[in-house]
Design a protein around this ligand. Structure first.
Ligand code: PNS
Length: 165
């Protein structure tokens, strides 16, 4: 069984992430979407909320399951019998950030990092950019799963003191 992990903060999951996970599921027998516990501190959504949204988004998608991990991703890979870490690359900046981690991870454990080019439709999409637009009630049509847009709009409305949350 060839297992891969797509690790991330997923605060929140974007359609760029969804595309990478679905494409990884075409390459591996099983793909675990894993939220880093430390990365989940102090974001827009709690760890539980991120997991809930990911589970909604990937419900019924064969070969994909959702989990969280604490500590090093390579230790999680060893525990779970995972041989590959899949990451999306939007451009050279992502590669510069990811390459040292890939080298470090492969030094620590027999784990390959597999880079997939992000679909150009999502080349400018990041969770942080999406949050700026959502916080200001801007249009994110097609860039985030519907459940994420709904929850984020509720969260920001509540923060602004709106009555619809
Ligand atoms: O979506 P992000 O913020 O790029 O995700 C970051 C994450 C959670 C994938 C990354 O911080 C991570 O893997 N953290 C666990 C600690 C670790 O193993 N770091 C790499 C050491 S080389």
């Amino acid at each position: 069984m060839r297992r891969a992990v797509c690790p991330g903060s997923f605060d929140p999951v974007t359609n760029g992430h969804v595309d990478i996970v679905n494409r990884a599921a075409g390459l591996f027998d099983e793909v675990v979407v894993a939220v880093g516990v430390n990365s989940a501190k102090g974001g827009l959504f709690s760890l539980a909320e991120r997991l809930e949204m990911l589970r909604e988004v990937f419900a019924g998608v064969e070969r994909v399951r959702v989990d969280s991990f604490d500590g090093l991703i390579v230790d999680y890979c060893t525990e779970q019998g995972i041989s590959a870490i899949v990451k999306g690359l939007r451009g050279p900046a992502d590669f510069e950030y990811e390459l040292p981690m890939a080298h470090m991870n492969s030094r620590m454990a027999p784990v390959e990092t597999v880079f997939l080019p992000t679909d150009p439709r999502f080349g400018y999409v990041s969770s942080s950019l999406m949050k700026v637009v959502l916080a200001n009630d801007g249009d994110v049509d097609g860039l985030l799963p519907a459940t994420v847009v709904e929850r984020a709009r509720e969260r920001y409305a509540a923060r602004r003191g709106g009555s619809d949350a």
